[in-house]
Design a protein around this ligand. Sequence first.
Ligand code: IPM
Ligand code: MN
Length: 353
Amino acid sequence: MDLKIAVLPGDGIGPEISEQGVAVMNAVCEKFGHQVSYQYALCGADAIDKVGDPFPEETFKICMDADAVLFSAVGDPKFDNDPTAKVRPEQGLLAMRKKLGLFANIRPVETFDCLIHKSPLKDELVRGADFICIRELTGGMYFGEKYQDDEKAYDTNAYTRPEIERILKVAYEYAMRRRKHLTVVDKANVLASSRLWRQVAKEMASQYPEVETDYMFVDNAAMRMIQDPRFFDVMVTENTFGDILTDEGSCITGSMGLLPSASTGEHTPVFEPIHGSWPQAKGLNIANPLAQILSVAMLFEYFNLKEEGALIRKAVNASLDANVRTPEIQVEGGERYGTIEVGQWIVDYIKKA
Ligand code: IPM
Ligand code: MN
């Protein structure tokens, strides 16, 4: 297969993990005989510094022209600490999501047996937890009408029926391929937007009789994820709730550095870790490249290249079993491997496989 990849390394640890993702992608393509080419493009704070726009038109064109985008991270403290900043790196990520029509964000929450102890939750609760959060990504408060002055501010949480229908369809399709259990997470006891979600979901449920659909308020879902994470198979929710619940989900897995995601929709799909740019770690060679590398696995799987994805997952598991791990997941007294060394170990494993 010919693959044209847009690479957006972004800020902070972004370029370091991006490099490892690309190295793994190259190793897999070489092994399976795929032709891959890369177009690098600016985004985030890096793009603001260089061209004054966190998602420049040129980057948009490169993304539109590619088969997939390998995205890393954006964000820089110099903007976080300045509430008056007119442009912010995160606007680049949001612009990319909106312009590429990436309405479905797929965030798997899985556990690795050898990392169960890394979760702050009890071993017997998290072992075997395996669910997918489908987060709506181009609507809700993130993109609704906003207002801010010194005395008053608001964000509008607007959703239309077609926006809800298309994301529920994605969720039902995932549920059909998995354990056929869908949990629709909302706040229908308070929010009008949530009531429309629930109404549409109830209508759609009858089209998927094989799927058991249940409805859960978001506060309750946040609790249930900690109390009984194995309850969930596929969860679907609006943008803001999905943002919050997936950070919580990373505590089930044990480290933010382990969670990949795929964002799909109308145009080129984007594969990215769920974590941010961790600016404090920039250049220290300590960031975990696994979320980025697993995003590459999701990229291959998106194109139905299952063996390629499976080999990456096998290599990642082998690296963990061999204790080739970045500091935040290393066992006590174990050798500390850097971003580069973990990536290289996985590349070597793939080459030898
Ligand atoms: C995420 C991030 C982004 C979001 C930020 C960086 C804008 O937290 O992808 O979860 O809120 O969507
Ligand atoms: Mn988030």
